[in-house]
Design a protein around this ligand. Structure first.
Ligand code: IMP
Length: 201
């Protein structure tokens, strides 16, 4: 089994969650000393995770872990989807100015487009991947829920304040970190990936 993995991300929210999810796994998570600007030009979460991991692996030569994830809203034709991090800037649905943070601009755009929309179902999706040049492994996870009418909660990151997981009355941003990890797309995907990595022993 691998004992070290380089993390191919600069997103603070993701780094925090990924480190937490790897705790107790026996795998040490390394953070790159420089962040690489990787163009996410893939057409799927898997393709984008692969592009990120490969870029870091080529620079550092260390088995690399990447996560590509997003929020899928069927009533918005699957958007924000693979464009989740920069949804505010897409011309699809009209651009949203960044008044405070990009996360907040993304949230405002979703709430604007969901005004008067009855079907508020949505899901978070994550593809996690380990790439080491001549081999790679990946796993996926999904968390179903719905879009609220206004943001609530301070925890998590991204769209968490407007996502209410199925069976909960709180938003993802109102859950404790360990509660989010139990049900989140990233938590599910990462636990599957760890099972696969164990088989490498
Ligand atoms: P990526 O860095 O291209 O994978 O972009 C992922 C984007 O999807 C983030 O910037 C968030 O906007 C959104 N996202 C992914 N996972 C989560 C999550 O767990 N909570 C809230 N938003 C998320």
């Amino acid at each position: 089994m691998l004992n070290k993995l380089l993390l191919a991300t600069t997103s603070e929210g993701k780094v925090r969650e990924i480190k937490r999810l790897f705790e107790g796994s026996g795998i040490e998570i390394l953070i790159a000393d420089q962040s690489l600007q990787v163009e996410e030009k893939g057409l799927s979460f898997l393709e984008n995770a692969y592009l990120k991991a490969k870029a870091y692996y080529e620079v550092y030569g260390i088995p690399t872990f990447a996560d590509d994830s997003g929020l899928v809203i069927p009533a918005l034709d699957g958007y924000p989807g693979i464009y989740s991090s920069r949804f505010y800037s897409l011309s699809w649905g009209g651009q949203e100015p960044v008044e405070t943070t990009r996360d907040m601009a993304n949230i405002k755009k979703v709430l604007r487009l969901m005004e008067g929309v009855e079907d508020r179902s949505a899901y978070f999706f994550a593809c996690v991947l380990v790439y080491a040049g001549d081999w790679g492994l990946w796993a996926e996870g999904r968390c179903d829920g719905s879009i609220t009418y206004e943001p609530r909660g301070e925890g998590g990151f991204g769209y968490d304040p407007i996502f209410q997981p199925e069976g909960y009355t709180k938003t993802m941003a109102e859950l404790r970190p360990e509660e989010k990890d139990k049900i989140s797309h990233r938590g599910k995907a990462l636990r599957r990936l760890l099972e696969l990595l164990k088989m490498l022993k």
